[in-house]
Design a protein around this ligand. Sequence first.
Ligand SMILES: Cc1ncc(CN)c(N)n1
Length: 232
Amino acid sequence: MTDTIPNYGKHFSLLRAGCSEQWQQYIEHDFVAGLADGSLPEKSFLQYMIQDYVYLMHYSRAWALGVVKAECPEEMRLCAATVDSLINHELSIHVKTCAAQGISEAEIYDAKEELETIAYTRYVLDSGLQGDFLDLVLALAPCAFGYGEIGLRLKPYAVAGNPYKDWIDIYSGEQYQQACVDIGHLLDLAIARRVGDAPEQSPRWQQMQQRFTTATELEAQFWSMGLRAGRS
Ligand SMILES: Cc1ncc(CN)c(N)n1
């Protein structure tokens, strides 16, 4: 797998470097290795897709909260565009994968949430409810960037015969990669507006890094939940 760090903006690189161990545990998780070589059990993938549908619904609500908390038109527009891309595009593969197994969208919408899904989604929503727009974006960011980086790393494995080719194609694809660049721009804007040009020197930096790191840890737990669901 290639180890190039994607160019999703200045602050992505800084925050990623600030939690490199947790970041590696997220992007190099066994679940990801199973997607790459196709060895991930089908049951794990299906359970993950059901929980991920539920996750993305709450994650979309959190981006909608971004529209509410934004402080300029550019922030509002980027948040609104992300809500649209999540609920009208990214979720399609979840609906398609479940439909192929005879599970309807209404059933996935009502699926019982695993504890990891609750922990992660409510952490993100609470970051926005309790904090300001920047707190919210820092908690939202690892989701977008991590899958972007994983998509690029897994691209060479999207070959005929890999059952997870469609999944890899989506996250390595131009549309998803552009969304990561746009979110990187949003993060840079949000930081510059609220903390200035040298955020690492701000008294707020440690707490900002912590939000990003916690969301990164919750991502790794989400993969582990997928593996566990496949074994039960
Ligand atoms: C848990 C999780 N994290 C990230 C993504 C990519 N948007 C996702 N679909 N699910």
